[in-house]
Ligand binder design. Structure first.
Ligand SMILES: [Zn+2]
Length: 302
């Protein structure tokens, strides 16, 4: 990777351990409707191979940003999960060592949490917000972006959030993130977006469906060969993997498959119109897709 220098926007992928999930949770055809999708996921006795639990470090002239914080290295300790979360263990199996935690991984790179400009959370599920607890001990004033819709659904209803796979018992004390509203700034097929940096080279777009108010991050990087411009979409959990995005198959655990499906359609529209490297948080291919800057194009069945 080229070295960081002024004016450049660069991206790095880290995984906070790995997770195995149920194949039915990974995806189900849209024709499988409503509650049965979830029941099928809970009854599934199979596990997928281990997949990453991704965090992105974004180097921008305005500072360092994280997209998500990964899982906590303490997530398998007795009593870690909140009372409402008894179902989570049926769906996920995390493998994570102390040194896999986000804070440790930043320290290894010579970065302190106080060096971060902000954290952007795709959503508050425990495998995305699990690192917050450690980051905020080191950097109590760290700005954390959460979308308004997601904060209303999860942040203001911690018990509901814990049933849905969050760990509000480990959120920062008196957690008050930077709750943002989208602005009328079109970005590709999205009518609205939220610019995180003044130059708009890090921007947030709505990719709801996996959970209400789930967001993805668009990065206009210039870390390609000869510092060429590369556009990235950090898609969070809008899809677990590119083959599922291509098939427009929503995951099996969300509460709104139709909205998740529409989000996949929007991402595919973006990818048809723009050369974009799409990087899901849990795709085993994500490190390679990033290293080789593989432009994603939908196969064109639609
Ligand atoms: Zn996830």
């Amino acid at each position: 990777m080229s070295t960081n220098s002024i004016g450049h926007v660069q991206l790095e992928f880290m995984t906070t351990g790995t997770v195995r999930i149920r194949p039915s949770m990974r995806s189900q055809p849209l024709s499988k409707i409503g509650l049965f999708r979830r029941i099928r996921s809970f009854l599934d006795r199979e596990w997928t191979d281990p997949i990453p639990v991704g965090v992105f470090l974004i180097r921008h002239p305005e500072g360092l940003f994280l997209m998500d914080t990964g899982q906590s290295p303490r997530c398998n300790d007795a009593g870690y999960l909140p009372r409402g979360a008894f179902l989570s263990g049926l769906l996920t199996q995390f493998t994570i060592e102390h040194h896999d935690g986000i804070l440790e991984q930043l320290h290894k790179r010579g970065i302190k949490a106080t060096d971060l400009k902000a954290v952007i959370l795709s959503h508050l599920h425990n495998d995305h917000a699990g690192g917050l607890e450690d980051l905020v001990v080191e950097a109590p004033d760290l700005p954390i972006y959460v979308s308004r819709e997601h904060w209303k659904a999860f942040g203001e209803h911690p018990f509901f959030a814990s049933i849905e796979g969050a760990t509000p018992n480990h959120w920062p004390k008196n957690f008050s993130p930077m709750v943002f509203d989208f602005q009328d700034r079109p970005l590709g097929p999205w009518k609205q977006s939220f610019p995180v940096t003044e130059d708009g080279r890090i921007a947030i777009v709505d990719t709801s469906g996996h959970v209400p108010g789930h967001v993805s991050v668009v990065i206009y990087g210039n870390d390609g060969p000869e510092q060429a411009q590369v556009t990235y979409l950090l898609s969070g959990d809008a899809t677990y993997a590119l083959d599922l995005l291509d098939k427009e198959q929503p995951d099996g655990i969300n509460d709104d498959p139709m909205r998740a499906f529409q989000t996949l359609q929007t991402i595919n529209k973006f990818a048809r119109e723009t050369d974009v490297v799409v990087l899901p948080s849990h795709d085993t291919n994500t490190p390679r897709l990033l290293d080789e800057r593989v432009v994603y194009k939908p196969s064109g069945r639609k």
